[in-house]
Design a protein. Sequence first.
Length: 82
Amino acid sequence: PKVLDGLFPMYVSPESGTLSSSRITLGARVDSLYEYFLKGWLQTKKQESWIKSMYETSLEGMIEHLLQRTNGKNKYYFLAEF
């Protein structure tokens, strides 16, 4: 398991701190991580650029890997997982 374009796998081993799953999703358990990137940057009065960078990288990864469109007439957008 690894971080892919700012997207983190769903599980981290509590014993070792290593990534223990390759499943990437924006569902329960992991969505807060991306919120904390933005909140952390704002709470530091926008001084910690590395936190902002993590947020921006994860957004780009979401668009690249998770944002999908349906094949139907209306072409709805949805967030996938892999």
